[in-house]
Every structure is written in structure tokens, then in C-alpha cells.
Design a protein around this ligand. Structure first.
Ligand code: FES
Length: 145
């Protein structure tokens, strides 16, 4: 009985994983299973918290060293896609100058993922917008110095 249930659960999980991979693509699926750069940074140089049209919130943290992103991370209370997109936004921010960060947009994140289902594209735009806001908060601090 227990073995039957274990087999059933395993098969069901495999089926869900396969369907998820088909819908979201391998890149997004693998990142969803292993979201990197998740968590807050203490005293970030750039930070933003943006709530998307779906009411989910994304936070991006940036730490700069010599005008280059040395550390970047994200947090979200949103869907699996938002975690994947936040993770890629943080990854794509690493090693970039403020000028180069301007290119890390929702479109660029979608391109990196090879696309997302239509109804979840906004998750990439939320991540991109939050990253741009975090950059903007960093730039404002530079002007005040
Ligand atoms: Fe809200 Fe993905 S960020 S549904």
C-alpha cells in the first residue's frame, strides 16, 4: 500500500515536472528548482521594492564595488515565474556598470529564458522594472554625495 502510494506520488511529481518543463522551458524549469541569488543583502547600495499589476511584490538588492555590481539578489512573494525572473535579473546584474544595467530589462530577461507563457510575461517585466528602480536608487545616492 505504502509502496503503491509512493509510486503514485513519484509518478505524479514527474508528470507535473514534465508539464512544467514543457510550458516554461528547460532554462526556467531548472532555475525554478534551484533559484539562485535569493535573499536580502544588508545595507545595499541600490534597492527597490515594486508591486506588479498582479499584486505580487519584487525586491532587488544591489551592492556596487568600483562602479560595478559586486552582489545582487532578489526576494519575491510572487509566483514561481517571478522567482525565476528575479533570480535571472540578479544574475544578469552581476559585474555590470550602471550603464550596462540599463540593458537588463524585462525583455532581456524573457530573451534569456527563451520566453514565458503569455499570462506570465509580466513577471519578467516586474523583475526588470524592479532592477531599474534599484539602479535608480543607487544613482540618486551618487548624485547626493
Ligand atoms: Fe505576479 Fe508572477 S509576478 S503572477
Amino acid at each position: 500500500m505504502s509502496d503503491d502510494f509512493d509510486d503514485f506520488a513519484r509518478n505524479l511529481q514527474e508528470q507535473i515536472f514534465e508539464e512544467t518543463k514543457d510550458a516554461y522551458g528547460t532554462v526556467a524549469f531548472e532555475r525554478w528548482q534551484n533559484p539562485r541569488y535569493m535573499g536580502a543583502l544588508n545595507n545595499p547600495d541600490g534597492y527597490a521594492r515594486v508591486t506588479g499589476p498582479c499584486n505580487d511584490t519584487m525586491e532587488i538588492f544591489l551592492r556596487f564595488e568600483q562602479e560595478t555590481v559586486a552582489e545582487a539578489s532578489f526576494q519575491t512573494d510572487g509566483c514561481g515565474s517571478s522567482a525565476v525572473c528575479g533570480s535571472f535579473a540578479a544574475e544578469m546584474a552581476h559585474g555590470k556598470t550602471p550603464d550596462e544595467l540599463l540593458d537588463v530589462t524585462g525583455e532581456a530577461i524573457l530573451e534569456k529564458l527563451g520566453g514565458l507563457p503569455k499570462e506570465e510575461k509580466h513577471c519578467a517585466f516586474l523583475a526588470g522594472e524592479t532592477l531599474q528602480e534599484a539602479l535608480s536608487s543607487y544613482m540618486k545616492k551618487q548624485v547626493k554625495r
